[in-house]
Design a protein around this ligand. Structure first.
Ligand SMILES: Cc1cc2nc3c(=O)[nH]c(=O)nc-3n(C[C@H](O)[C@H](O)[C@H](O)COP(=O)(O)O)c2cc1C
Length: 318
C-alpha cells in the first residue's frame, strides 16, 4: 500500500511518520537521517547543541538520507539562544523546522522568509488556531502521553479532534504522544490526521544517540517508575524516576551553580541541561531520562529499518 497522505507545502514524505526531535543529543543526524532514508521525516533535537554542532548534524542527516527523505530540526522556544539557533538552522537548510516548549511568533516569519516549512507543537485548539493564523505549514498536536516537556494533561486524541475541527483541512495535522504500533497510526489517520509523530519507540533504536545505560533503563523499569515533575523550563516533564529526580522531588537536592544560562527563564530546581547530558552519556543516576507513557511495552532495541518496516506491515494489516 502507498502512504502519501502527508503533504507539507510542496514536501511529500513516503510515510506519514515523523520521528520526533529529542534533546539533548538523543536524536542527532544519524537517527534523523536514517528515518528519512526509510521514508519518514527524521527530526534532530537541536536544543542544547551549539550553532556549529546543529549545522554539522543537519549535514550528516542529509547525507544519510541520500536525498530521499525529509530532515527536520526541533528547537525549544524556551532556550536562551533560540533566535541565534534558528538563524544557524536556517543556514543549514533542513526541510522543516519544528518548535515546542513555548510559542514564538518570530520563528513563523523567519521560516517563511527562508522558504522552509514550519510546524509548531501545540497542546490545545487555541494554540493551533494561533498557529494557523500565523501561517504554520503543519500543526503537531502533542498529548499527555508524550515524553519530554508536556503542555497538557489531556489525551492526544481528545485534543486532536478539536484541532482537526479548527484547522478544517487547511494544513496537515499530526498526532503525537502514545503512538507505538501501526494500528495506532491507522487509528490517528482514521480520525482525520495526516500523520503521526513518534519518539519513545525511536529512543529504542540502534541509531539513537543515547548510551546503552539509557536504553537499558527503559528495559529495566515499569510504568510505576514513571514520574511527572516540574522541569526547570517551567513545564511538567515525563521521565523515569532517577536518583537525581528523587532527591529534587523530595526536597533533598541543594542549590546548584548555574553554569550554562541555557534558558530564557529557569526555576533553578536543578540543572536541566546537565541532567539531560548526564543521562545521554550513561550516567542515569545523575540524569533525567525522558520517556513517553508507553515505554514499558518496548522490549527490544531495533534498527530503524526494522522499526519502520514493522510499522508499515502493521499499517497494511489495518
Ligand atoms: C527522550 C525524549 C526527548 C524529547 N525531547 C524533545 C525536545 O527536545 N523537543 C520537543 O519538542 N519534544 C521532545 N520530546 C517529545 C517528542 O518529540 C514527541 O513529540 C513525543 O515524545 C511523542 O510521544 P511518544 O514518545 O509517546 O511517541 C522528547 C521525547 C523524548 C522521549
Amino acid at each position: 500500500m502507498k502512504y502519501s497522505l502527508l503533504k507539507i507545502k510542496n514536501l511529500k514524505p513516503v510515510l506519514p511518520i515523523i520521528q520526533g526531535g529529542m534533546a539533548v543529543r538523543v536524536s542527532t543526524g544519524k537517527l534523523a537521517g536514517t528515518v528519512a532514508k526509510y521514508g519518514g521525516i527524521g527530526t534532530i533535537g537541536a536544543s542544547g547543541m551549539s550553532q556549529e554542532e546543529i549545522k554539522e548534524e543537519i549535514f550528516i542527516a542529509k547525507k544519510i538520507a541520500e536525498g530521499n527523505g525529509l530532515v527536520a530540526v526541533n528547537m525549544m522556544v524556551a532556550a536562551a539562544e533560540f533566535t541565534e539557533m534558528i538563524h544557524a538552522i536556517i543556514e543549514a537548510k533542513p526541510d522543516l523546522i519544528v518548535c515546542g516548549a513555548g510559542f514564538s511568533k518570530d520563528v513563523f516569519h523567519m521560516a517563511k522568509a527562508a522558504d522552509i516549512a514550519f510546524a509548531p507543537v501545540v497542546s490545545s485548539a487555541k494554540a493551533a488556531a494561533l498557529g494557523v493564523k500565523l501561517g504554520a505549514d503543519m500543526i503537531i498536536v502533542e498529548g499527555k502521553e508524550a515524553g519530554g516537556h508536556l503542555g497538557t494533561d489531556r489525551p492526544m486524541k481528545e485534543i486532536l479532534k478539536e484541532v482537526l475541527d479548527i484547522v478544517g483541512g487547511k494544513i496537515p495535522v499530526i498526532g503525537a504522544g502514545g503512538v507505538l504500533h501501526g494500528s495506532d497510526i491507522c487509528e490517528v489517520l482514521k480520525m482525520g490526521a495526516s500523520g503521526v509523530q513518534m519518539a519513545t519507540r525511536f529512543v529504542m533504536s540502534e541509531e539513537s544517540n543515547v548510551h546503552d545505560n539509557f536504553k537499558n533503563y527503559y528495559l529495566n523499569h515499569t510504568a510505576k517508575d514513571m514520574a511527572i515533575f516540574l522541569s526547570p523550563v517551567g513545564y511538567p516533564g515525563r521521565a523515569i524516576m532517577t536518583k537525581l529526580l528523587d532527591s529534587v522531588e523530595s526536597g533533598k537536592a541543594g542549590k546548584f551553580p548555574c553554569k550554562y544560562q541555557c534558558l530564557k527563564s529557569c526555576n533553578h530546581r536543578f540543572c536541566i541541561i546537565e541532567a539531560l547530558q548526564n543521562a545521554q552519556k550513561g550516567n542515569v543516576d545523575d540524569g533525567i531520562v525522558f520517556t513517553g507513557e508507553r515505554f514499558p511495552e518496548i522490549k527490544s532495541v531495533l534498527p530503524v529499518k526494522t522499526i519502520i518496516e514493522t510499522l508499515v506491515k502493521e499499517m497494511d494489516a489495518c
